[in-house]
Ligand binder design. Structure first.
Ligand code: HEC
Ligand code: HEC
Ligand code: HEC
Length: 466
């Protein structure tokens, strides 16, 4: 009897420690899902249920809707094995074999280790509530509706190698590299994209257009990138989304900070900063001064030089006094407590392109970080302040750029373009013409050649081994 009881106790203890271990793994998976910001795309911003889909990613080719990735057996990934999950997250292939569009950042997640995939899978299956609701379907125009064309794209642009630490670098640097290049997928926004929408090699983190917003150059370049920021400033920006005298996070960066970066451990933020320091500098030939270095912060009232003349600038000045000065100050100095940021020494005002300044006026700022809310009203349709026309926005933006920034003229056409979602890449412009068919045909041909070469090399290796 005694031995039976003690055997039972050993068994119970073993079961308890196993479930504690599973809890631990799921908890690590939860943290990884935060660092990877899975929730940002897979949850509807309209108070959607977590991970049930319903968020449209505006791609230049059309809207791509994120799937329901709750463990629902009917509408989510409840029937995914861990292998299926790994294939979707790292290779962009669904359980049914169809290819995902790279709006799902699997090109970055390809770096994830098996251990981290296991933790993520455990978390999703164990701790995420299943939601039996269908997510919105994605319908892109032909030829992009052919998901199989992504197989060729992957062959050309997907690097399937998981992260390999660099033994010559510190543990902190390696952790940073893993976060920046993999989990936190910074490059998916901050790297420029080429003709086929791939990230351009050799120009990593040199700045990328997201349509309306522009994700700036964050290479180590002191003028074009963030080389002029201190470690503490970078860390504070990532954690809180605001650094006085440097920048605030709006657009997609506000979401990244709210959902993900503000919730990371300080060591992980420090690792990201350490890695960013070593990203090879890429110069922007148009940048003559760091974006945060424009404007005369020290000028006393009445001493701020009024630059430029002309009717547009005058009407921009009137608009600024009426609509912006109450918060940002008549000299752009911001409020004393810093809640309303200074527009002098502000990267959004000083960067080479006026795109983010225009996007801020059109869309406002709405960022919630650990209960701290940064809210600037928008000035487009439905605004509780004023719905500004393209001409008005061009005028006030020109005034702001002239008084506090590099002093270029912002045109109505630039405002109209940002309002319409930004410059379309060539691939999207030609989407409805014959050229994409030619591109697909050429890509298919390249694919066939690559596949044939791979098969030939395998056969050669096999022969060499025999
Ligand atoms: C930047 C947006 C974005 C982020 C971040 C993101 N996803 Fe996705 N994901 C998508 C989109 C969009 C799709 C659907 C793509 C399509 O239909 O081709 C998708 C599809 C998927 C699928 C395929 C499900 C199916 O059967 O359709 C899985 C699994 C998945 N994501 C898991 C994840 C996980 C896990 C994370 C975090 C580690 C994550 N995603 C982060 C955008 C994102
Ligand atoms: C969803 C797209 C997106 C992702 C993901 C993203 N960023 Fe950003 N980032 C932006 C945008 C857009 C801005 C400009 C925000 C503004 O000016 O209000 C920005 C701004 C920044 C800035 C300030 C630069 C300046 O000159 O003002 C830094 C630093 C930065 N991001 C670092 C990162 C890092 C590090 C990561 C990954 C951990 C990351 N970002 C992920 C879109 C993104
Ligand atoms: C009701 C107050 C208020 C008004 C009016 C206002 N702003 Fe703002 N503005 C803010 C707040 C709050 C932020 C965000 C601060 C933060 O991110 O921490 C902000 C941020 C900004 C930024 C930086 C955005 C970024 O993402 O980098 C710019 C540029 C800006 N405002 C310009 C303007 C202009 C131009 C006007 C007039 C057309 C204006 N603001 C009107 C409160 C205001």
């Amino acid at each position: 009897m005694k031995t039976f009881v003690s055997a039972l106790m050993v068994l119970m203890l073993a079961a308890a420690s196993q479930s504690a271990r599973a809890d631990e793994v799921a908890e690590r998976g939860r943290y990884l899902s935060v660092a990877a910001d899975c929730v940002a795309c897979h949850t509807s911003p309209k108070q959607g249920k977590p991970y049930a889909g319903g968020y449209a990613i505006a791609s230049p080719l059309g809207e791509i809707w994120a799937s329901n990735i709750t463990p629902s057996k009917s509408h989510g990934i409840g029937l995914y094995s861990e292998d299926d999950f790994a294939k979707a997250v790292r290779e962009g292939v669904r359980k049914d074999g169809a290819h995902l569009y790279p709006a799902m950042p699997y090109t970055s997640y390809a770096k994830l280790t098996d251990e981290d995939i296991h933790a993520l899978y455990t978390y999703f299956m164990k701790d995420v509530a299943p939601v039996d609701e269908e997510a919105h379907a994605t319908e892109l125009p032909f030829p992009f509706s052919i998901r199989q064309s992504m197989a060729v794209w992957n062959l050309l642009f997907l690097d399937k190698e998981t992260f390999k630490p660099d033994a010559g670098k510190s543990a902190q640097w390696n952790r940073g590299a893993y976060l920046v290049e993999g989990l936190a997928h910074c490059s998916s926004c901050h790297s420029p994209r080429g003709l086929m929408m791939q990230e351009v090699g050799g120009k990593a983190f040199a700045g990328g257009s997201l349509g309306d917003w522009y994700a700036p150059n964050i290479t180590s370049h002191p003028v074009s990138g963030v080389g002029g920021w201190s470690d503490a400033e970078l860390a504070q920006y990532l954690k809180t989304g605001r650094v006085a005298g440097k920048a605030q996070a709006g657009g997609g960066m506000a979401e990244a900070v709210s959902n993900s970066l503000s919730k990371l451990q300080d060591e992980d933020i420090a690792a990201i900063v350490a890695y960013l320091r070593t990203v090879p500098a890429v110069a922007d030939p148009d940048a003559t001064r760091a974006a945060f270095a424009w404007g005369d912060a020290a000028a006393a009232p009445g001493e701020q030089p009024v630059r430029g003349t002309g009717a547009a600038l005058a009407s921009g000045g009137v608009l600024y006094s009426g609509l912006c000065a109450s918060c940002h100050g008549s000299r752009g100095e911001g409020s004393r407590d810093g809640y309303y940021p200074s527009l002098v020494h502000n990267t959004t005002v000083g960067m080479t392109r006026p795109q983010n300044l225009i996007a801020t006026i059109i869309g406002g700022v709405d960022r919630d970080v650990q209960g701290e809310h940064a809210l600037m009203p928008h000035f487009s349709k439905g605004s509780f302040v004023q719905d500004l026309s393209d001409a008005d926005i061009a005028a006030v933006a020109t005034y702001v750029r002239t008084q506090f920034g590099p002093g270029d003229q912002v045109t109505e056409a630039q405002v109209a373009l940002t309002r319409a979602g930004g410059e379309k890449p060539l691939l999207a412009k030609i989407a409805r013409l014959w050229l994409p068919m030619l591109i697909v045909a050429v890509l298919a041909l390249v694919g066939v050649v690559l596949l044939a070469r791979r098969a030939w090399k395998k056969r050669k290796d096999r022969r060499a081994a025999a």
